[in-house]
Ligand binder design. Structure first.
Ligand SMILES: [Zn+2]
Length: 178
């Protein structure tokens, strides 16, 4: 399988995830702005309200591309995806498809990457940025130092990918345009 280099001819990306500790959030650590919408954890559903919030945000931010969650049933054999993620990912796709003038692409971070981007030089930056969200992380796991949690998060989402020549890469699957 060959994996294409992630396109670099864009300047803004919007990252949409269900929870502040989602893997994509780790890779999003270098983005400028993070919004929390306050939909209840573990009770996320693909509702008109959620789709409207997603659509409104995409239109307002007007990014070149959107990165979101993997919405398939499982990450691999015996590794089921979380229901919140499946619901959220479906809402993103539906909201995206309803936009009259959608961004150039929608990518998700999950199995079966079509594209990858080398992140060899960016992991420390990502760890530091993620660690800045220390209030959230310290509530999430009070017994683990925030910097260790941030590093684990980044390590989990970057590694070598078969067919792509980089020690650390982030794999992405293009789902729009199909
Ligand atoms: Zn999550």
């Amino acid at each position: 399988m060959s994996i294409a280099e992630f396109p670099s001819d864009w300047s803004s990306a919007l990252v949409l995830v269900a929870h502040p500790d989602d893997p994509e959030y780790g890779m999003a650590a270098a983005v400028d702005e993070v919004e929390f919408w306050g939909f209840p954890d573990s009770e996320l559903f693909n509702t008109p309200e959620l789709r409207e919030k997603i659509a409104e945000t995409i239109v307002r931010v007007n990014p070149d591309i959107v990165l979101s969650l993997y919405g398939g049933p499982e990450w691999g054999p015996g590794l089921p995806n979380q229901r919140d993620h499946i619901e959220f990912a479906a809402a993103v796709v539906e909201a995206f498809d309803e936009l009259p003038d959608p961004p150039r692409g929608l990518f998700v971070n999950g199995p079966g990457s079509t594209h990858a981007v080398e992140v060899d030089d960016f992991t420390e930056l990502a760890v530091d940025s993620l660690a800045e969200h220390d209030v959230y992380l310290s509530v999430l796991a009070p017994d683990t130092p925030v910097i260790d949690q941030a590093r684990a998060q980044v390590d989990m989402t970057t590694g070598s990918i078969d067919g792509f020549p980089a020690a650390r890469a982030c794999g992405l699957t293009q789902i729009r345009p199909v």
